[in-house]
Design a protein around this ligand. Structure first.
Ligand SMILES: *Cc1c(COP(=O)(O)O)cnc(C)c1O
Length: 460
């Protein structure tokens, strides 16, 4: 047995001590980004021939680097999609790091894969998928969407091959024009075309528009993507109607619920998600609205065998992993080596139970409605659309892009909140994305107050 050195002990203790402080911090600052030039002045020269030592490196991190990284778990972080990992999930992420688990194969990580699969099975059941459904945690929604579409195209190719039919000269995926940018990114990687359909006035993609696109593009369409909670507005497409249109034609239905599918865990929201149970694949990001740390996306297939056929990598040194008939997580997506990134969510769910999750998600939905009413009632502010999930979009009457930009910068400088302007139909708008159970109605009202003040200053 080799001895653990005093130095190794000190390094581990000091890093865990820092982690303990950060994880239990009460009033975390939002912090502010800095320029590369200023960071070079503050923090350059850390990579040297003999090392600067853990103490100095940790000091650099604590005092110079960390303060320029926004705390996405701050209650006032309301842009993009915030992150609000539970204490249990953060703590367990340290165990994942400390344990050198290889999460890619059953042979190497059986217990970890088993626990991750428990979570996948629970989610699949909540989404109404059959018991044979299965999947894997990948890095994020972007890789999840890409992996699902690659599996879908593989199914279409095999079907053509079996029927002796030629493949189309260009494959087509149909989705809403409001779908996430990662669908276009996946299409570019796959060298396929995207048909982005304009949604209805309610922001939802409807079945009749999908049917017209399927008629127009025929056999070239291998998949339709429905969004369960658009990133900009939190709108859920007409998944049930789209499922009808798609299933009449043997086309794969993928549901992108990276942000919004978590809302389905709330009982009263279920009707809005009707049709998810008929999807061929779905994704939801635990690092968005399931209170897990970066980064994780649950990618679930109705029939995992289709994914295995599309994704399994073959090599002489790998083939031993395929013996024994166990499904290896690596074989279900575009990846090989993988962190057991579903474990923090597993530990957190096991710790708190599923009811806690439903109520934490329900809190965000209720808060979004309450602040939307407040916005509608305040003179000078206009609600752009009633929120369906936990994203609230509104505008300040008479403001141009520069006004929003100046206000947003000042809000962050004062460490009050992080709310960046977004846009809708070419018009600048503001957007609250609510995920964090620590975000309060009072905090949101105090942000609205600063808008009223800024308008008054501008008028003066
Ligand atoms: C965030 C998001 C994605 C991308 O997920 P990442 O984890 O950021 O890669 C895809 N689709 C939707 C609807 C999203 O909100």
């Amino acid at each position: 047995m080799h001895a653990i050195s005093e130095e190794a002990r000190r390094i581990v203790e000091s890093v865990i001590d820092y982690s303990r402080r950060r994880a239990l911090w009460q009033d975390i600052p939002l912090d502010l980004p800095d320029s590369p030039e200023r960071l070079a002045l503050r923090a350059s020269g850390s990579i040297t021939r003999t090392g600067i030592g853990a103490e100095e490196a940790l000091r650099l991190w604590d005092q110079e680097l960390a303060p320029t990284c926004l705390s996405t778990d701050h209650p006032g972080y309301l842009s993009f999609i915030p992150s609000a990992p539970s204490k249990a999930s953060i703590a367990f992420d340290l165990i994942v790091s400390a344990s050198s688990i290889y999460g890619g194969s059953w042979l190497e990580g059986a217990g970890a894969v088993y626990a991750e699969n428990e979570v996948i099975a629970w989610l699949a059941e909540e989404f109404g998928l059959p018991p044979e459904a299965g999947g894997v945690f990948v890095q994020g929604g972007t890789i999840g969407n890409l992996s699902a579409l690659v599996a879908a195209r593989d199914v279409a190719r095999r079907r053509n091959a079996a029927a002796g039919r030629p493949n189309p000269s260009r494959w087509v995926v149909v989705c809403s024009a409001e779908s996430h940018s990662s669908i276009a990114s996946a299409a570019s990687v796959m060298d396929i075309d995207v048909v982005g359909i304009r949604p209805g006035a309610d922001g939802r993609l409807h079945a009749d528009a999908v049917e017209r696109a399927l008629d127009e593009h025929g056999e070239a369409v291998f998949a339709v993507v429905a969004t369960a909670g658009t990133t900009n507005f939190g709108i859920i497409d007409d998944i049930g109607g789209i499922a009808d249109a798609v299933h009449a034609r043997d086309v794969w239905l993928h549901v992108d619920g990276a942000y919004g599918l978590a809302g389905m865990l709330v009982e009263e929201m279920r009707p809005a998600y009707r049709g998810v149970e008929r999807a061929d694949s779905v994704i939801v990001d635990p690092h968005k609205w399931l209170f897990a740390p970066f980064d994780a996306c649950a990618l679930i297939y109705r029939d995992p065998r289709a994914a295995l056929r599309a994704h399994t990598q073959h090599a002489e040194y790998l083939d031993t992993l395929a013996d024994g008939g166990m499904v290896n997580p690596s074989d279900l997506a575009v990846q090989l080596t993988r962190r057991a990134r579903g474990l923090p969510l597993w530990f957190s769910l096991a710790t708190y139970g599923t009811e806690e999750y439903r109520s934490a998600i329900g809190y965000g939905i209720a808060l979004a409605r309450r602040i939307a009413d407040e916005i509608a009632a305040r003179p000078g502010l206009t609600l752009v659309r009633e929120p369906q999930l936990s994203v609230v979009v509104f505008r300040v009457d008479g403001w141009a892009s520069e006004d929003y930009g100046r206000w947003s910068e000042r809000l962050l400088e004062r460490q009050h909140a992080f709310v960046v302007p977004s846009s809708h139909d070419g018009e600048p708008v503001l957007r609250f994305a609510i995920v964090n159970p620590q975000t309060s109605f009072d905090l949101l009202c105090s942000i609205l107050d600063t808008l009223v003040e800024a308008r008054a200053d501008r008028a003066a």
